[in-house]
Design a protein around this ligand. Sequence first.
Ligand code: ADP
Length: 264
Amino acid sequence: KQYMSDLERLSDEATQANRAKSNFLANMSHEIRTPINTMIGMNEMIVREAVSEDVVRYAGNIREAGRSLLAIINDILDFSKIESGKMEIIAVNYQLSFVIHDLFNMIELKAKEKGLSLVLDVDENLPSRLLGDDVRIRQIMLNLLSNAIKYTNEGTVTLRISGRKEEEDEYILHVEVQDTGIGIREEDKEKIFYSFQRLEETKNRNIEGTGLGMSITTSFLRMMGSRLQLESEYGRGSTFYFDLKQKIVDETPVGGLEHICYDR
Ligand code: ADP
C-alpha cells in the first residue's frame, strides 16, 4: 500500500486497531453470554427446588448478580456493534401499549424498592400501532428510566409520552423522562454522552454502572434520526427528552393506563 504521509499511515493503523478492538469485544461478549445464561437458568432451578430459606436467599443473590452481569455484557456488545457499524435499525409493526406495559413492569419494582413514586403520563390518543424499531425504543426508554431511578434518592420519576400527527401516515412521538434526583452540572452535560464516562465517580461509587448507557442511547436515537435533549438543575433533578418519527399503522387510540398497565 502506498501512503501519502506518515500521518496517513498512522491514522490507518489506528483505525485498524480500533476495528480489531471492536471485533474482539463483540466476539467476547457473545461468548460470555452463553455460559452466563446457563448459570442463570440453572440457578432458577435451585430457586424453585430449594427447601432451605438460606439457599433460596443465596440463589436470589446469584440471580441479581447474574442479571447485572448480563446487562453489562449486553451494553458492551451493543457498544461494539455500534462502533464497528454493525448495528441496524429494524422497523417492524408494533403495539405501543405493549412497549409501555413492559417498561412499567420492568421499572415499577425498582422504583418501589427505592421509595420513589413512579408517574406515567401517557396521552390516551396515541396511535395504537406504529412502524419502527420497538426493541431499540424500549432499550432507550429503559436506559433513561433506569438512570432516573438510579440517580434519584427521593421524589418522583415521571415517564411522559405524547405526540402529534405530522403527515397522513406519520407520527412524532414525544418522550420525556423526568426525575427529582441529583441533577447534572451545566459543564458536565456534554460529558454524559461520551462512552465510559461517569460523573462524580467518588460520590457515585456505590451506584453500579459502566458509563455506556447514555452513549448507546444517543447512538440509537441518532440512527433513528432523533437527538436526546437534556434539561437539568444540579441538586434538583433532570429531564431527558426526544422526538421520534414513526409511521402510523393503526390510528385507534391506545386508551387509558388502567387498560395498558393493569388490564392483562
Ligand atoms: P452509568 O452506567 O454510569 O449510569 P450512563 O452512560 O447511563 O452510565 O450515564 C453516564 C453518567 O451520566 C452517569 O454515570 C451519571 O453520572 C450521569 N447521569 C445519567 N443519567 C442521570 C440522571 N438521570 N441524573 C443524574 N445523572 C445522570
